[in-house]
Design a protein around this ligand. Structure first.
Ligand code: GLA
Length: 367
């Protein structure tokens, strides 16, 4: 073969290789599937509650494809993280924050003061008597200072006080030990302690059933008092443990408009969509009670998901985060709560981690 022909042959061969490799990388780029976080990029970050299992294997891969924010489901609650006065369990919370940093995810801290999953020692002295207000506030301050400073600059938002409002319409604050010992003051104090520990962190009051007018108005009253007293509260966490029965469109719009009128950020912090009506009391599953995810329920759930996300998108000026409470129907806290032994299907991914029909409604912005 002539020397030029040979050279031209090799040049063409190299060019062909280059074109093919460009095509392949283009294809793999196209194959990089969009996740919820990408569809919602212009609206708000999309988060998920995590435990250590969620960070690994197929669940970890799903998490990274779909979400850009995490909330530790239990690891940062006072009971798990601070079980005894001088004992802190950091490893689980640390591993979540490290995971988030490694993958560029936001972290919402949850939570600093609650009436549940709180260790008994915090309310008691060594003779098992309730401690004074001064001691309890000092312990709360130490707890908040220790936890918030550890993650300073790495946790951008904290649920500072969780569920302090009573469910009963006739009373204002929940009659928790926090309230019994300190009166209303523990709420403002918790925010002040958190703000001292990390002045840059956004601080939230977080609660459930916030669309129900009775509870909603009491939360508003509490927040208004805090805002007027210049307590460092920056937002309201609306848990959004919804169901195919509630909230109505009006209830959802009304609460968003009401809370944003206070100039507070709104985070939807614990979104799920139960296929059952709300029940508070624990009970066993009744004989013959179905827990099948029928096509009718699937349809109702996708309609409800579609309706609420359309509204959330409309209010994206006020809503600065939306977090789901658990990753998929493989595991949800609603599987055993409040009805022992009853399965629920409240999320956007099924037990095989596949997108449900409701997922496609949530990312369909043409509706
Ligand atoms: C409340 C709490 C969450 C979680 C759920 C149930 O909503 O804020 O931390 O415990 O209950 O899992």
């Amino acid at each position: 073969m002539h020397i030029h022909t040979l050279r031209n042959f090799w040049i063409s061969f190299a060019l062909l290789g280059l074109i093919t490799s460009c095509k392949i990388s283009q294809q793999s780029e196209n194959k990089k599937e969009k996740g919820l976080k990408d569809y919602y990029e212009e609206y708000f970050p999309i988060g998920v509650a995590v435990n250590t299992k969620t960070l690994n294997g197929d669940e970890g891969r799903l998490l990274l494809r779909e979400f850009n924010s995490i909330t530790p489901e239990n690891a940062m609650k006072m009971g798990p993280i601070h079980p005894k006065e001088n004992v802190y369990n950091w490893w689980e919370a640390d591993s979540m924050v490290n995971f988030a940093q490694k993958h560029g995810l936001k972290v919402r801290g949850h939570n600093l003061c609650w009436h549940e999953q709180t260790p008994a020692w915090i309310f008691k002295d060594d003779q098992d008597r309730l401690v004074s207000k001064e001691i309890l506030l000092k312990r709360l301050k130490d707890h908040i200072a220790t936890v918030v400073s550890r993650y300073k600059g790495r946790i951008y938002a904290w649920d500072v006080v969780n569920e302090a409002i009573d469910d009963n319409d006739s009373s204002f604050l929940r009659n928790s030990l926090w309230y019994q010992i300190c009166g209303e003051e523990f709420i403002a104090k918790a925010f002040e302690y958190a703000h001292q520990a990390d002045p840059d962190a956004l601080l939230f009051y977080n609660d459930y059933n916030t669309e129900r007018p009775g509870k909603r108005d009491k939360i508003y009253k509490l927040l208004k008092k805090l805002v007027d007293a210049k307590v460092p509260v920056h937002g309201v966490g609306l848990q959004a443990h919804w169901s195919i029965f509630e909230p109505t469109e009006k209830e959802l719009r009304d609460e968003i408009e009401l809370f944003s009128s206070l100039g507070l950020q709104i985070h939807f912090t614990e979104v799920d969509m139960s296929i059952y009506p709300w029940e508070k009391e624990r009970r066993p599953k009744k004989i013959g009670e179905s827990d099948v995810f029928s096509p009718e329920l699937e349809q109702k759930q996708l309609e409800q998901y579609s309706k609420v996300f359309k509204i959330l998108r409309e209010y994206s000026e006020s809503i600065t985060s939306v977090t789901f409470w658990n990753l998929s129907d493989r595991y949800s806290w609603l599987d055993h709560y409040p009805v022992e032994g009853r399965k629920n299907y409240p999320l956007l991914f099924d037990a095989d981690l596949q997108r449900k029909k409701a997922y496609w409604e949530v990312v369909n912005f043409k509706k």
